[in-house]
Ligand binder design. Structure first.
Ligand code: AMP
Length: 205
C-alpha cells in the first residue's frame, strides 16, 4: 500500500532500520541496500563524524564520547535525524544506519516518521561473532585510522552495543518488525538476505 502525505505525494514507503555491532559491516551493507531500493542512506555515525570535522558544538561533544566508545545523547542524534528526514520527504524511503540505538531513539523515530505519515517497515539486526568483529575492526583501524578503533575502545563499543541492543530489539519485536541476518560471509551475501527479508515483509508498499 502506498501512503500519501498532505501534498498528496507518496510518503516514504520502505523504511529500514539497520542494526548491528560495530564492525558488522553496517555502513557497507546500508549503501548497497540504498542503491538497490533507491533509499536515502542516513548514518548517524557519519553525520557525527562530519560535525567533528567541521568543529561544531555538537562535534566537540561527540568527539569526546565517540573516542571513549560511549553513545552521544539521544536528543542530539534525534534532532539531527529529524532535520535530515524532513529535508528528504517525500522520497521512496530511508535506510537508518546506526540509528536508533536506544528505545528512546526508537520511539522518537516512530514520531518523526508518523509526522510524515510514514512508518518503519522492518528492523534488521546484523549478526556476526565477536572474534570476527574485533578482527575486522583492527583491520579497519590500520586502513582508515579511526580514533575509536583501538582494542580498548572496540571492546567498550561492543559492550555499549550489547547493553543497549536488547531494549531496542525488543521495541521492534513487540511490533513484529525484527529480523536477524547473518553478516559473517560477504556484503553481497548479506545484501541478498536483506532483499529477501524486504520481499517477505508485511506492510511494504
Ligand atoms: P557508527 O559509525 O554507527 O559505528 O557510530 C560511531 C559512534 O558514533 C558510536 O560508537 C557512537 O559513539 C556514536 N553514535 C552513532 N550513532 C549514534 C546514535 N544513534 N546514538 C548515539 N550515539 C551514536
Amino acid at each position: 500500500m502506498t501512503t500519501y502525505n498532505e501534498n498528496n505525494r507518496p510518503a516514504a514507503a520502505l523504511n529500514i532500520v539497520l542494526f548491528g555491532p560495530p564492525g558488522a559491516g553496517k555502513g557497507t551493507v546500508a549503501k548497497l541496500v540504498a542503491e538497490q531500493k533507491q533509499l536515502v542512506h542516513l548514518s548517524t555515525g557519519d553525520m557525527l563524524r562530519q560535525e567533528i570535522q567541521l568543529g561544531t558544538a555538537i562535534g566537540k561533544e561527540a568527539d569526546r564520547l565517540i573516542a571513549q566508545g560511549h553513545l552521544v545523547p539521544d536528543d542530539v542524534v534525534v534532532a539531527m535525524v529529524r532535520q535530515v528526514v524532513a529535508r528528504h520527504m517525500p522520497c521512496p524511503g530511508f535506510i537508518f544506519d546506526g540509528f536508533p540505538r536506544t528505545t528512546e531513539q526508537a520511539a522518537a523515530l516512530d514520531r518523526i516518521m508518523a509526522d510524515s505519515r510514514a512508518s518503519i517497515t522492518l528492523m534488521i539486526a546484523l549478526d556476526v561473532s565477536e572474534e570476527e568483529i574485533i578482527r575486522r575492526m583492527l583491520h579497519r583501524a590500520d586502513v582508515e585510522g579511526r580514533p575509536d578503533d583501538t582494542i580498548d575502545v572496540i571492546r567498550q563499543r561492543i559492550l555499549t552495543y550489547h547493553k543497549k541492543i536488547k531494549g531496542t530489539a525488543d521495541y521492534y519485536k513487540a511490533q513484529g518488525k525484527y529480523y536477524t541476518v547473518d553478516s559473517s560471509i560477504t556484503p553481497a551475501n548479506t545484501l541478498r538476505q536483506i532483499l529477501q527479508r524486504i520481499a517477505e515483509a508485511p506492510h511494504h508498499g
